[in-house]
Design a protein around this ligand. Structure first.
Ligand code: FMN
Length: 340
């Protein structure tokens, strides 16, 4: 059995597979099964400040008042109550999760107002969790909001949280920035202990019969891991913080790819829904078997081998257009029987 240990946000993990934030982890039995299946850590479901505050409003008020977010939240909720029973319940659940397993438990936070990010982070630290993941995303609904404002406010939130607590802090980002590498580099300098790349965000759909919006859960598929794969390779050797790849990591093969590109570890959610919690054990067995076949005793002996820094072939890190010298157009037409 190869040594599957890795390091993530200053924590030693017994394996490189973390179960990411989702509703899966709010069930105590699932937490134990996740640990038994060999996961290196668990990220608890996000504390969404917006949801907590909205739950405090009557539905009718919600409909009329809930039009804008962020700065408007202060107007909407002049007396934000960071001690509400919903918050207390979440903190108690975090404490219980931490007590239920011996692997690291990382809390996740998505606050709305700058000051409350810090208040919630302090309360979360008191639960005894091993780290906090800051879930940075709001839908950019306003045309006049400058990208610098969005990014500088996220950097400031990270700095303030880091200054207020002593446990490690990771940042989970969406890929929707003009230049994610630039923001990552600024967040790295501001003290991030890790990056989770990337969040796969919820997107609404439309039912064409009822002609209404619907809100179905969707899960990732295998191809979704290509974007985090590229970024793991671009970032290897360029950040102090660790990198955890996320989105579309379904099998042990996908974990190996991420590690070869340079990730320190991965987060998984969809595959756990699709293939049961015990899929983690199968994925780890696949990684172990592959390492054995290649003669690798530990993850560090191959991590980053195909990163931009280490690979001879830089093409995967430069090209994103469908150029014919990378793939032949006849091949894809034959595959889909457009030509024979
Ligand atoms: C049912 C469900 C609930 C989720 N809840 C959260 C959450 O509370 N916080 C969060 O940061 N991400 C949440 N996510 C996103 C996942 O943590 C993850 O980033 C995303 O699903 C991509 O990983 P995957 O391809 O392994 O599913 C959720 C995803 C699903 C499917």
């Amino acid at each position: 059995m190869a040594d599957l240990k890795t390091h993530y946000m200053g924590l030693e993990l017994k394996s490189p597979i973390i179960v990411g934030a989702s509703n899966l982890v709010t069930n105590p039995d699932n937490l134990k099964r996740i640990e038994k299946a060999g996961a290196g850590a668990i990220v608890y479901k996000t504390l969404f400040e917006e949801q907590v505050q909205l739950e405090n409003l009557e539905l009718s008020e919600r409909k009329s008042e809930y039009e804008e977010r962020n700065a408007e939240m202060i107007k909407l909720f002049p007396d934000i109550n960071t001690d509400s029973s919903e918050i207390q319940d979440h903190l108690t659940a975090l404490k219980r999760a931490k007590e239920a397993v011996s692997i690291p438990v990382i809390a996740s936070l998505n606050a709305v107002v700058r000051s409350t990010w810090v208040e919630y982070a302090k309360k979360i630290q008191e639960t005894g969790v091993d780290g906090i993941e800051l879930n940075f995303y709001t839908v950019p609904e306003k045309y006049d909001k400058e990208h610098e404002d969005i990014e500088s406010s996220q950097i400031e939130i990270l700095r303030n949280v880091k200054a207020a607590i002593s446990i490690p802090v990771s940042v989970k980002l969406s890929p929707f920035y003009t230049n994610p590498l630039n923001l990552i580099s600024d967040l790295d300098k501001a003290g991030a202990d890790a990056f989770v790349l990337f969040n796969r965000l919820f997107q609404p759909d439309i039912d064409i019969q009822t002609e209404e919006h619907i809100f179905p859960y969707t899960l990732s598929n295998k191809e979704d891991c290509r974007l985090p794969l590229r970024f793991a390779g671009l970032l290897y050797g360029n950040t102090k913080a660790s990198v955890c790849s996320s989105s579309g990591i379904i099998s042990g093969t996908d974990v190996i790819k991420m590690l070869l590109a340079g990730a320190d570890c991965v987060q998984v959610v969809s595959t756990v829904y699709l293939n049961q919690i015990e899929v983690i054990d199968n994925m780890l067995k696949e990684v172990d078997k592959w390492m054995d076949s290649k003669g690798y005793n530990n993850i560090e002996s191959f991590r980053g081998k195909l990163s931009k820094k280490n690979t001879k072939n830089k093409l995967p890190y430069h090209r994103a257009q469908y150029m014919d010298f990378m793939m032949t157009t006849t091949e894809i037409m034959k595959k889909y029987k457009i030509i024979h």
